[in-house]
Design a protein around this ligand. Structure first.
Ligand code: NAD
Length: 306
């Protein structure tokens, strides 16, 4: 059934996601603190709201797609920045039973704390971070990892399905964020391993096409080889084959690796390779390559010699 949906955060991801909800027949009331973002979303058919409270008013479901935990906290609770302009935050403006879905990638602790606050206020909340980037947001082919109670998940699933091709319930509050950072930590570590191995192969005079052929069918096989090989020309559709553009920016990989290390510290997990991956992506981004696809880190590894 069509819903009235408040959508807060109409940036690179939020605007196309909101547009896909409109295409699916929902009424969307979009808000962003940047008026240009609101205007761009309106061009794509998204209804506009004048404030957080305006976006929430009359909405059965409210979706947030914001940069970081502190932004989500500010918008939902009115604490921190934005408190003066949004008059107490989205939770205070919502009707009882309103379902909040945060699609931003944020720290697990904040996600769990906000879900508890929502619960205490008679509201429902899910964390539903996404994977698939801007192309996935535009094509409605995102993967959504959802943490929160069963009844809220059942309410949200048909709505989330309009923005993605896979909607996976990964457990209680915070477990969507947990799944996202664990997956991306694996991807970051694997990419570095693949980049090192192809660099060693080159020094040894081994043709990368032959190593690609072997690793695709042997125990080195992983997504960073078969779908996303960092050596140009191995996988025609990989970002490496178009100058390391149009994929998953290194700055976003660094963000997720930082969130993983933060979660490891607070939960007592030991993740030394995750820590090393974070340090290496911080170096790469610090050299000015934050916008480069994360497979581009092979160029930093190739340049180094011992
Ligand atoms: P973005 O910076 O393009 O958009 C964020 C929007 O939030 C901006 O338009 C900003 O004006 C708005 N905003 C910030 N604070 C606000 C406030 N207090 N009130 C109202 N609006 C506010 O970011 P994005 O690329 O759309 O990413 C959003 C989230 O999705 C991030 O958590 C990111 O890590 C995650 N993500 C991004 C990608 C990607 O490829 N871009 C992929 C997967 C996940």
């Amino acid at each position: 059934a069509p819903h009235t949906i408040g959508f807060i955060g109409l940036g690179n991801m939020g605007a196309p996601m909101a547009a896909n909800l409109v295409k699916a027949g929902h009424t969307v009331r979009g808000f962003d603190m940047d008026p240009n973002a609101v205007a761009r979303a309106a061009e794509a058919g998204v209804g506009t709201a004048a404030s957080v409270a305006d976006a929430v008013s009359g909405a059965a479901i409210v979706i947030t797609m914001l940069p970081m935990g502190r932004h989500v906290r500010a918008v939902l609770t009115g604490e921190d920045e934005g408190s003066s302009s949004n008059g107490g935050g989205a939770f205070a403006a919502a009707a009882p039973g309103t379902l909040f879905i945060d699609c931003s990638t944020i720290d697990v602790e904040t996600a769990r704390a906000l879900a508890a606050t929502a619960d205490a206020a008679g509201l429902s909340m899910l964390d539903a971070p996404v994977s698939g980037g801007v192309p996935g947001a535009e094509a409605a082919t995102l993967a959504l990892m959802v943490g929160g109670p069963d009844d809220a998940f059942r309410r949200a699933e048909p709505v989330l399905a309009a923005m993605g091709r896979a909607v996976i319930h990964t457990g209680p509050a915070g477990n969507g964020q947990a799944a996202k950072i664990c997956n991306n930590m694996m991807a970051g570590i694997q990419m570095l391993g693949v980049a090192e191995a192809f660099t060693l192969a080159d020094r040894l005079g081994l043709d990368p096409a032959r190593l690609f052929e072997v690793a695709s069918q042997a125990s080195g096989q992983c997504w960073s080889v078969t779908a996303y090989c960092p050596v140009p020309g191995m996988v025609p559709t990989a970002p490496s084959s178009r100058g390391y553009t149009g994929g998953f920016a290194s700055a976003l990989m660094l963000k997720d690796l930082k969130l993983a290390q933060q979660a490891a510290a607070t939960s007592g997990a030991t993740t030394p390779l995750g820590g090393l991956a974070e340090a290496l992506y911080a170096l790469f981004c610090g050299q000015g390559h934050g916008a480069v696809d994360f497979s581009g880190i092979i160029r930093m590894i190739e340049r180094s010699r011992s």
